[in-house]
Design a protein around this ligand. Structure first.
Ligand code: SF4
Length: 200
C-alpha cells in the first residue's frame, strides 16, 4: 500500500504525486525502487483531497506534537498546486499552530506559465527550493529538464519566492559534481537560508 502521509524526523509529510518536472540522475526513487526507509511512495493513483485529509487526520491523532507539515514525496508537489492550496487551508483552519512547508524544484511557475507563488501566499509558511547545481551546465548534466534555462529559472524563482513567503530556504545535495560553496555564496547574496542535504 502507498504511503501518502508519513512521519519523519518529528514532522508529517505529504506524498502528493510521483510526477516530476526533472529527471535527476541522483534521484533515490529509482535507486530505492520508490521506497523510503519503511515507507512505500509508489502511487498507483494520485491521492484525492479527501483521501489526504482522512490520512492527515489519523496521523495528527497519532502524532499530536507535530509542529510542521511538509509537502514532499517522490515528485514535484506543485504539479498539484490547487490541491496544495486546498489541503493547506484545511490545515490552517483546523491546526493553526502547525507550520506548512513546501519542497519544490522551483520550476513549476515556468511549467504552468503562471505565478503559482502568488496563489500560495498566505497559506504556505516556508518554501524550500532545491538548487542542485552551481551553473546551467552542471544543472543540465545532472538533470534532464525539458524546461529551457532551468538553472536561470530556479534563481528567478528564489528571488520571487521572497516576495510571497515568510521563509525561503535554498537546499543542495552533497554531490561531488556540485560546488556547494558557490551555492552557499549565492544564497547569501540572495539573502535566503541555505541547507545541505545528504547524497545517498
Ligand atoms: S525532483 Fe525529486 S523526485 Fe523528482 S527526479 Fe528529482 S529528486 Fe527525484
Amino acid at each position: 500500500m502507498s504511503d501518502i502521509v508519513y512521519f519523519f524526523k518529528n514532522n508529517l509529510y505529504i506524498n502528493l504525486t510521483n510526477r516530476c518536472l526533472v529527471k535527476c540522475s541522483y534521484c533515490i526513487k529509482y535507486k530505492w525502487n520508490y521506497n523510503f526507509y519503511e515507507y512505500n511512495f509508489k502511487l498507483n493513483k494520485e491521492p484525492t483531497y479527501k483521501e489526504i485529509i482522512h490520512k492527515l487526520t489519523l496521523k495528527l491523532k497519532e502524532y499530536p506534537k507535530v509542529k510542521e507539515i511538509v509537502f514532499c514525496g517522490y515528485g514535484e508537489p506543485l504539479i498539484r498546486w490547487k490541491e496544495v492550496i486546498r489541503i493547506s487551508k484545511w490545515i490552517k483552519n483546523n491546526y493553526p499552530h502547525i507550520k506548512i512547508r513546501i519542497n519544490t524544484t522551483g520550476l513549476a511557475d515556468g511549467y504552468f506559465k503562471k505565478n503559482i507563488y502568488k496563489e500560495l501566499a498566505g497559506v504556505i509558511d516556508t518554501i524550500s527550493i532545491s538548487l542542485n547545481a552551481h551553473n546551467e551546465k552542471t544543472f543540465n548534466l545532472l538533470h534532464k529538464s525539458k524546461i529551457p534555462s532551468a538553472f536561470h529559472k530556479i534563481i528567478n524563482s528564489i528571488k520571487k519566492a521572497k516576495k510571497y513567503f515568510p521563509e525561503v530556504i535554498v537546499t543542495t545535495i552533497k554531490h561531488p559534481a556540485i560546488d556547494i560553496a558557490k551555492i552557499k555564496c549565492l544564497a547569501k547574496k540572495l539573502k535566503v537560508e541555505f541547507k545541505e542535504r545528504d547524497y545517498f
